[in-house]
Design a protein around this ligand. Structure first.
Ligand SMILES: [Zn+2]
Length: 474
């Protein structure tokens, strides 16, 4: 009897849910710094996300979550009773609209685990106010999280929820369904559209027949399709009418020698092909021209490829402390091995990738940005979006262009540019405040004390420091 009752007590204890705060033995501090109805940023440098040149000494008035006025501080008064934020020495930006994010993180041995507690907060604290979950391991989790955020029960970016990875046979990830053909592709797209996803993503092992069926079925429902391709070339997917291609030219198999139709070549061979590619050659220029002509948007995700490239910086310590010991060790060990080897296909492929993206843009191509927190880790929400913008500047874009790629272009692609994507009167007040001048030095993005979503301002340090030892767990 005694053994039984103590067992029952133990069971009750085990089953009692512990909230995160209880588990840490304390109430986390409130990250909300500004919840007032009317807020005025005065004397701030403004980069508005439209690609226009930075404007000095501006005032931006926010009223009930919307941008009410934008103009020179000399002629744009702060309304009486407004909460004034002195922006002298600071820069105001629109919130990032990132197109290749995920709610999961690589937790080892081909496991990708949802970070439904830490990631929405961290994405927001890194300046991302809208994101596409470009390929989901757990679409119901992303859909339910979207509802939680919309209801104000969780802070985080607006979510464009992408359906499950649409992939055929050949991927060793047990969470991903392997499509059995065209009919299965149609059935799967319709099912998830009914469930409420708002975008789809094809993956590496599709046949052209399957991708064609995916695009046609999704388009009938007015849903756009992107893909991380491998078995299908960029040229083939563009001909099939795809809307968007992930990772730009990093995964293009168009130039891989011996490429067989509908078969995904070895990824190292694809990267090695990119490393050796003659960027001035006619086939390269023809592919770029074709993608531009067919209005295929491309998503740059330099952050993930940087992790595979020797000689590139490690994720900052403040980001690495967010990782639990196991995911931190996984990242640091692999990063150190790549750094030590000093070799691998990405050493040559990464600079080529940067040049190709710039060539595509300069030829009139539509470029968007994302971060892709996958691989072996180290692309960490809260830090990755600003890193992507910094890398776009390194690629050769002006800061204003890099920002437009990372804000308004994504909003326009999703058909949400009337609402978000730039700092313009009438739009929702999704704003980033930077301490310093990122136009002069993009690394100033690292000093991002406040992020506003719909006019509510959050202290990023409170969110980030409250998320130590979480990434990899929840
Ligand atoms: Zn991805």
């Amino acid at each position: 009897m005694r053994r039984l009752s103590s067992f029952a007590a133990l069971l009750a204890l085990v089953l009692a849910p512990l909230s995160g705060a209880q588990a840490q033995g304390q109430t986390p501090p409130d990250p909300l710094a500004y919840g007032q109805d009317v807020i005025a940023f005065t004397h701030v440098q403004l980069v508005d996300g439209t690609g226009a040149k930075a404007k000095p000494d501006q005032t931006v008035v926010v009223d009930h979550g919307r941008i009410k006025a934008v103009g020179p501080s000399a002629s744009t008064p702060a309304p009486a009773g407004a909460t004034v934020i002195d922006g002298a020495g600071k820069t105001l930006l629109p919130g990032f609209v990132m197109m290749h994010e995920h709610m999961f993180y690589p937790t080892g041995r081909r496991n990708y685990t949802e970070m439904l507690s830490s990631f929405p907060r961290l994405y927001l604290a890194g300046g991302t106010t809208t994101m596409r979950t470009a390929g989901s391991m757990s679409p119901y989790a992303d859909l339910n999280l979207r509802a939680e955020i919309e209801a104000g029960r969780t802070i985080g970016p607006d979510l464009d929820v992408t359906g499950p990875y649409l992939n055929g046979v050949g991927l060793p990830i047990l969470k991903v369904h392997a499509l059995t053909g065209r009919d299965d592709a149609v059935r799967t797209v319709n099912y998830w559209a009914d469930e409420g996803v708002t975008s789809f993503k094809g993956y590496m092992h599709l046949t052209r027949a399957e991708l064609k069926a995916i695009i046609e079925t999704a388009h009938k429902r007015h849903i756009k399709v992107t893909a991380h391709l491998c078995s299908i070339t960029h040229r083939e997917a563009a001909e099939l009418g795809i809307d968007n291609l992930e990772h730009t030219f990093a995964v293009a198999t168009d130039f891989v020698p011996g490429k067989k139709p509908d078969v995904c070549p070895d990824q190292n061979l694809t990267a090695a092909t990119l490393a050796g590619l003659d960027l001035d050659s006619a086939p390269v220029k023809a592919l770029i021209a074709d993608l531009v002509k067919r209005h295929v948007a491309m998503t740059s995700t330099l952050t993930i490829f940087e992790t595979y490239t020797p000689g590139r910086p490690e994720a900052p310590e403040r980001a690495r402390v967010l990782l639990i010991p196991q995911t931190r060790a996984q990242y640091e060990t692999t990063w150190a091995a790549i750094a030590k080897s000093g070799a691998g296909p990405w050493k040559g492929a990464f600079p080529k990738l940067m040049k190709l993206e710039k060539m595509f843009y300069d030829a009139g191509g539509y470029l968007m940005a994302g971060t892709d927190p996958t691989g072996y880790g180290g692309v960490i929400p809260g830090f990755s979006a600003k890193r992507e913008v910094e890398l776009l500047v390194e690629e050769g874009f002006s800061f204003e262009q890099a920002l437009q790629i990372s804000t308004l272009n994504g909003a326009r692609f999703m058909g949400r540019d009337k609402e978000i994507g730039s700092v313009e009167v009438g739009k929702r007040a999704d704003l980033i405040l930077i301490d310093g001048d990122p136009v002069k030095d993009a690394m100033a993005l690292e000093r991002m004390p406040l992020v506003f979503k719909a006019g509510r301002g959050y202290r990023t340090d409170v969110i980030i420091d409250g998320m130590r030892d979480t990434v990899g767990l929840y």
